[in-house]
Design a protein around this ligand. Structure first.
Ligand SMILES: Cc1cc2nc3c(=O)[nH]c(=O)nc-3n(C[C@H](O)[C@H](O)[C@H](O)COP(=O)(O)OP(=O)(O)OC[C@H]3O[C@@H](n4cnc5c(N)ncnc54)[C@H](O)[C@@H]3O)c2cc1C
Length: 334
């Protein structure tokens, strides 16, 4: 059913994308008393912080874990732990320490990764199943039109899809970018990631924390969701292929990619597959983010582009980018 929702009368913001960037932007706006509307084309919230269930098993099939590289993100993680939607998953050994991070702890969602976006979105006007295909300025407002026939508007707008999808939307809306900005955004490269989720016929042979990382071959990581604690009843593996494998097999059938990945993974895991599903992430992670935390595309009414392609990689970068874009818009609206 088509929806119409207008926040034209007061300072307000329309946020495209309910991944962590969009939700952190919405949370910041709401905290400062600004009305928000969040739109997402997917059925649920969270974007790449994703969890799937089938045949009694539970899989985190996008982001696996996160770690803080700033005191700001460390505080966000502490809040999520207080709200019982995140927990420490494991600690890396001293020889594996990545100097970007403040500690050796790696955190995950609790009971699963989507718990974090779900708790942030709670009580927020989030419209899922609404793919924005057109943006227009009318008077003092941004108007968003969706493939589903709905129409939303507000006094400002933040776009948080992966940058190639944002560029497509801007292009379809005939919103021109400054040439230097357009070039910088077009140059951002995302790695694809084919993900195979496997229900196993018995407990796989995985390390205690459930994580195996590879430097050679077609597999990047295997995660045992039962050892991770998110699939307590059924043994379940998430297998991430490398960027190179994912790029060259992106268009192959599910059977082809599943058989190739299972042939490589199962002998190591010493178990069989009872059932499986494939998910293709066309934009999994950006290789080298843009150094700015967000970009302002339009002044009046304000429009910003944010997400994990800005600042630092991953969940932390996306969350920070959303929050900083929201603060910039707040300054303009006031
Ligand atoms: C396989 C995989 C493994 C990863 N592992 C890690 C990890 O271990 N640690 C880590 O920190 N990060 C990891 N990441 C990256 C991390 O998930 C992302 O950096 C972060 O979640 C991005 O958040 P975001 O809000 O910027 O984008 P997204 O989560 O992609 O959110 C964007 C949202 O916009 C919506 N959208 C797009 N176009 C439209 C439209 N036209 N209309 C409406 N809605 C639209 C999408 O449906 C989506 O929900 C991983 C990602 C993948 C895919």
């Amino acid at each position: 059913m088509a929806i119409e929702s207008y926040l034209d009368q007061e300072p307000s913001c329309l946020i495209v994308g309910s991944g962590i960037a969009g939700l952190m932007a919405a949370r910041e706006m709401k905290r400062q008393g600004i009305q928000v509307l969040v739109l997402d084309k997917a059925r649920g919230v969270g974007g790449r912080m994703a969890t799937r269930r089938f045949d009694g098993a539970v899989f985190d099939h996008g982001t696996q874990y996160f770690a803080p590289s700033s005191a700001w993100f460390q505080s966000r993680i502490a809040e999520w732990i207080d709200e019982s939607v995140a927990r420490e998953w494991f600690r890396v050994q001293a020889y594996e320490m990545d100097t970007r991070f403040l500690s050796s702890a790696r955190y995950c969602g609790c009971p699963a990764m989507t718990s974090i976006p779900k708790v942030i979105a709670a009580g927020m006007p989030v419209y899922t199943g609404e793919k924005v295909t057109q943006l227009e300025i009318q008077g003092e407002c941004w108007h968003a039109f969706t493939e589903q026939g709905s129409h939303f508007s507000a006094r400002s707008c933040i776009l948080t899809p992966p940058v190639p999808q944002t560029l497509e939307l801007l292009d379809a809306s005939r919103i021109a970018l400054e040439p230097a900005m357009e070039e910088a955004l077009s140059d951002l490269v995302y790695e694809p990631c084919i993900t195979l989720m496997v229900v196993c016929d018995g407990p796989p042979s995985a390390p205690e924390n459930g994580v195996l990382e590879f430097e050679r071959g077609n597999l990047r990581r295997i995660m045992d969701n039962q050892r991770k604690g998110i699939s307590p009843d059924v043994p379940a593996l998430t297998i991430h292929a490398t960027g190179a494998f994912s790029a060259s097999h992106f268009g192959d059938s599910d059977e082809i990619v599943a058989n190739l990945l299972l042939d490589e993974a199962l002998p190591m895991m010493r178990c069989g597959a009872e059932s499986w599903q494939v998910h293709r992430w066309r934009y999994s992670q950006v290789l080298a983010p843009h150094p700015a935390p967000y970009l302002q595309v339009h002044q009046h009414p304000p429009l910003a582009v944010a997400g994990d392609a800005f600042g630092v990689n991953g969940v932390e970068g996306a969350a920070r980018s959303g929050m900083e874009a929201a603060n910039m818009i707040l300054r303009l609206l006031h």
